[in-house]
Structures are given as C-alpha cells and as structure tokens.
Design a protein around this ligand. Structure first.
Ligand code: HBI
Ligand code: FE
Length: 269
C-alpha cells in the first residue's frame, strides 16, 4: 500500500504516552457534550460505529478494519500536511491521511495545522457514510485533475466550505458535518447559533469563487440539503466550469453576491 513519496508513516500508537491520551480525552469529552443536537446524525452514528471515544487516541489500523468493509476507506498516518498532489492521490485511493501527533495542552482551543484530533474526531466518522465516502474519493480524483489544470485553488475552496466547514439542513434545524467545526469547541456553537456569519444555500460555482481565511471563524457557511446533493455536485466534468471561473471575480469571505440564497438559523420545523 505504501507507495514511495506518499508520506505514509507508521502511526506509532504504542509510543503515545498517558499525557497524549489525556489530551485526547479532554478534547473528546468537550465535544461529546456539545455535538449531540449540533452534529448531523450520520456523523454521530459514524462515531459510534467506529468506536471513537474518550478512552484515548484510536489505533488507525483498528479504525481501518471497520471502515474498509463498509466504504473501502482506510486511515493512514502522515506526519502532518502533505503536498496537495499527495493529498488528492490518497483521497482518490480511499486512504485518509491522518496526522499522527496530538496538539500540546496550550493549544487545546486552537492550532493552525490539523492534528490527530482534528483528523480522526473531525473527518473519519463521516467516511463510514457511503455517499459521503464516495464524495471524498470523487473529490480526490477531481483534485488530481485540477492540479494538472493549475486550478487547485477553486477546488480547495470546495473542500474548505464542505468537508471542513459544511452545514446540512434538516427539518429539526441546521446540523454540522464539516470536520473543522466538529473538532472545534467554539465553532461548534458559533456556526449554528451566532447571527454574525451568513449561511447560504450551497451553490457549486459560488463556493468555488469564495475565498477563505484559515485562522478565524468563517464569515460564510454553505448549507447543503443532503449528501446526495454534494456527491452530485462532483458529477459533471469541471473543465468548462474552471473556464467560466477564470472569467469571474473571486468573492471575499464576508461578501454577498447576486443570487445568494440566505438560510435562516431558526429553521424551525
Ligand atoms: N495534508 N495531511 C493533510 N491533510 C489535509 O487536510 C491537507 C493536506 N494537504 C493539502 C490540503 N489539505 C489542502 O490544501 C487541500 O485543500 C488540498
Ligand atoms: Fe481537515
């Protein structure tokens, strides 16, 4: 499985200390209190099926042995952010590259680069959902193509506003599926309840035009109606879309644009 140049390392599960597992426990227990009623049901079921819990940093082999029969995905350990090309190739081959180290105690509330908590608590549970699992693989394939066309920044935005910070509409209200929110104590609340950010109905071209900032809460969240909508969005050949995008201006993270469909927070039944 490990191809040269794919940055895959051994997770080193036995090398984790009690302190490492204690940091995981602290972070997990915080989210366990917040996410019921905020995370989408598919995510919560994924967490349960994978046995991701407070006891400590999960063993990626164990997670992969549950994931693979369900959706073909495995979790591989990497030392941190890997080059875009490598990242997309892993996703295209249904390998989720998860960082193997955990943040320091003083970084509990924020860290720049994804650690094992962000990747495993945030991203992995959704990979047991068949449609989302297919979306992630399709995204990887699209990324390899986009890299070839030099339009990666457009696709990175799609990843950012769905896989990292996506919201989904349910009759009981808005729910979270984006990993960047699910793994953040503060943004789990802000994204659903704060009147400051705008929440817009998902629109593929609008998302691919919208810039993002990586070191603060989002000014804009995009809301999908379902994961089928997300998967179908990756259906068409993006080449003509990229040509269209080249002629359209980027949109600032906090800007509004013609055609935006605002989604109100109180989506009472
Ligand atoms: N590498 N390990 C890792 N994890 C990521 O989430 C990641 C990455 N490399 C690039 C990247 N994400 C983003 O630039 C994607 O949008 C391509
Ligand atoms: Fe992430």
């Amino acid at each position: 499985m490990a191809e040269d140049g794919d940055f895959v390392i051994d997770q080193g599960w036995d090398a984790y200390t009690d302190d490492h597992h204690a940091i995981w426990r602290t972070l997990f227990e915080r989210q366990a209190k917040l996410l019921p009623g905020r995370a989408c049901g598919e995510y919560l079921r994924g967490l349960e099926k994978l046995g991701v819990a407070a006891d400590g940093i999960p063993d990626f082999e164990r997670l992969s042995d549950i994931l693979e029969p369900a959706t073909g995905w495995r979790v591989v350990a990497v030392p941190g952010l890997v080059p875009d090309e490598t990242f997309f190739r892993h996703l295209a081959n249904r390998r989720f590259p998860a960082t193997n180290w955990i943040r320091a105690p003083e970084q509990l509330d924020y860290l720049q680069e994804p650690d094992v908590f962000h990747d495993v608590l945030g991203h992995v549970p959704m990979l047991i959902h068949p449609v989302f699992a297919d979306y992630m693989a399709a995204y990887g394939q699209g990324g390899l193509k986009a890299a070839g066309l030099g339009v990666l920044h457009h696709l990175a935005r799609l990843y950012w506003y769905t896989v990292e910070f996506g919201l989904i509409r349910r009759e009981e209200g808005l729910r979270i599926y984006g990993a960047g929110i699910l793994s953040s104590r503060t943004e789990s609340v802000y994204s659903l309840e704060d009147p400051a950010p705008q929440r817009l109905a998902f629109d593929l071209m609008r998302v691919m035009r919208t810039e993002y900032l990586i070191d603060r809460f989002q000014d804009t969240y995009f809301v999908v109606d379902g994961f089928d909508q997300l998967f179908e969005a990756t259906g068409p050949d993006f080449t003509p879309l990229y040509r269209e995008l080249e002629a359209l201006a980027d949109i600032a993270p906090d800007a509004t644009a013609p055609g935006d469909r605002a989604v109100p927070i109180e989506l009472a039944a």
